[in-house]
Ligand binder design. Structure first.
Ligand SMILES: Cc1cc2nc3c(=O)[nH]c(=O)nc-3n(C[C@H](O)[C@H](O)[C@H](O)COP(=O)(O)OP(=O)(O)OC[C@H]3O[C@@H](n4cnc5c(N)ncnc54)[C@H](O)[C@@H]3O)c2cc1C
Length: 488
């Protein structure tokens, strides 16, 4: 990957000096900006588009928090940092850093209070439709398969996706509130201003060069530059080189804005930081809502099941794409299926599993056996192989159903495999960027999807806005303190 070379201090004339420069005003940059101001820093936030928002504003607004937040308690769910950490370690790994995870889980209840304190409201109402934001303004949902196998045996299930109080998708509302909080914090902001390159002095990042309508200028940062520029799903070359498996689904389902072009990551590389886990990505294959469609079964090219269908959609999507080569059908019937929110429809219908298998191109004997074994156990309310939960166990293709059908979920046949990148610059728990030997690159921070954070391999919905706001806040505060130290 081509880095964006840093400029040398001696070749640059700074036109402005502040304590902290934040690059990008999505959830991570806005949180960094507010926290830096709350720590007493003089902050300038530059945003390449016309105002705060980024991909964060297009999101569902789910924020993954737990450990016993006030909202969880008000909704009657017990949780603890240890319980939350046990779940996330299993659900996001392998490779989740223990220190980072512990900091996140321990700090999560207080971080929820902080979001409320800066003007983000939540309604204490649990919504029993998992994996996406509630359609009303209910504030708490399951969003990572916490109550599904195997996680229900690893940690006590607790819903942790906190949705700001707003009907349906809440990302726009969240960013509106954070935008107001940024303004009220007294931070200076500059829109339509793009960061081009970092400025270094003897290995330390001391500023950034930006370009706006009034031309190009350099800004000195006493405490640090915080890169919060999003990921790289819309950089074709970077995805092809580093995350080729995310290249498989139709690009139309790549999630983000065109500004998720990886420039922040490349700027960090140019200043001596390293990137890590660039091949990690989220891949959601939505079967619902409604979640009751999980009463169907998913089969691969061998006509066999491969996962419990009530699992989190991001887990199903990644396994379907990577382990099953994107060859997946949902086997269902006219009693179970209804056209769902993302338009899934039964494209094949037959009288028997074997006949259906011929139509969809999987071995007839295998599909007949898969359905027969599933139906036999489901009739007893059990799923001994994949452990789908009882509410989703219902024999398929038997009366009163009129036959058996299949929904085409093959990756090259138009199914939604929604992807975005999870890798980025390596950082410590304060968002400080790290070099190849794990030392801090002085003056440089990376947060949000510009950094590789908690989602090391798998994903849970809400962890982007969660870790982006959490570590963004820590980076802002840390950089502002660094600036104070530099003045004494
Ligand atoms: C439909 C949808 C639903 C989603 N739902 C959820 C959800 O419910 N919960 C969840 O956690 N995640 C969700 N996500 C993912 C989540 O939105 C993103 O991963 C997250 O918002 C990234 O935040 P960020 O602050 O890192 O980046 P962004 O929010 O993208 O912010 C980065 C900002 O940096 C700016 N920028 C980029 N380059 C430069 C530059 N060189 N100079 C200046 N500015 C620059 C960009 O314009 C942008 O404003 C969803 C995404 C989508 C699209």
């Amino acid at each position: 990957m081509d880095s964006v070379p840093a400029l040398e201090r001696r070749d640059v004339r700074f036109e402005q000096t502040v304590d902290v420069v934040v690059v990008g005003l999505g959830v991570a940059g806005a949180s960094a900006t507010i926290a830096a101001r709350q720590t007493g820093g003089d902050v300038l936030a530059v945003e390449r588009s016309s105002g705060p928002g980024g991909t964060s504003a297009n999101s569902g607004g789910l924020i993954y928090l737990g450990g016993g937040t006030a909202l969880q308690e008000a909704c009657g769910f017990g949780d603890s940092p240890e319980n939350m950490a046990a779940f996330l370690q299993a659900a996001l790994g392998p490779g989740v850093g223990d220190g980072r995870l512990q900091a996140y889980c321990d700090g999560s209840p207080e971080h929820f209070d902080w979001l409320v304190s800066i003007g983000v409201p939540f309604r204490a109402q649990f919504c029993d439709e998992p994996n996406r934001e509630s359609t009303d303004d209910a504030g708490l949902v399951f969003s990572g398969g916490e109550d599904t196998f195997p996680f229900d045996e690893i940690a006590r299930p607790a819903p942790r996706a906190h949705k700001p109080q707003c009907l349906d998708s809440a990302g726009g509302f969240l960013m509106e509130r954070l935008g107001v909080a940024v303004s009220e914090s007294g931070a200076r902001t500059a829109s339509d201003v793009r960061a081009d390159a970092l400025v270094v002095d003897g290995g330390e990042v001391v500023g950034v060069q930006v370009t706006g309508d009034d031309g190009t200028r350099a800004i000195r940062a006493r405490g640090g530059v915080i890169l919060a520029t999003g990921g790289f799903i819309h950089n074709e070359a970077m995805v092809a080189e580093h995350c080729p498996r995310a290249h498989l689904p139709d690009p139309v389902w790549r999630i983000g804005t065109p500004n998720d072009d990886g420039r922040g990551i490349r700027m960090g590389l140019g200043a001596g930081a390293v990137a890590t886990r660039l091949d990690a990505f989220e891949c959601a294959l939505p079967l619902g809502p409604p979640h009751r469609l999980a009463r169907g079964i998913l089969v691969n090219r061998h006509g066999e099941r491969f996962i419990n269908e009530d699992a989190y959609t991001g887990r199903i999507g990644l396994d379907a794409l990577l382990d099953q080569d994107g060859f997946v059908y949902m086997i269902t019937d006219d009693v179970i299926h209804e056209r769902n929110m993302v338009g899934l429809h039964v494209g094949y219908a037959a009288a028997t599993p074997a006949e259906l298998a011929v139509d969809i191109g999987v071995p007839p004997d295998a599909l007949a056996r898969t359905v027969a074994e599933y139906n036999e156990a489901a009739g007893r309310g059990e799923d001994p192989v994949f452990h789908k939960r009882a509410p989703f166990l219902q024999p398929i293709g038997v009366p009163p159903a009129s036959g058996i059908g299949a929904v085409d979920l093959r990756v090259d046949h138009g199914a939604i495999y929604a992807t975005f990148t999870l890798g980025g610059l390596a950082t410590d728990c304060d968002g400080a960027a790290l070099d190849a030997i794990g030392s801090v690159v002085p003056g440089l921070y990376a947060v949000g999807r510009t950094a590789a954070s908690l989602a090391a391999h798998y994903y849970v919905s809400g962890i982007s806005l969660g870790d982006g706001s959490f570590f963004g806040r820590r980076a802002g505060s840390h950089a502002a303190k660094q600036a104070q130290r530099s003045k004494t």
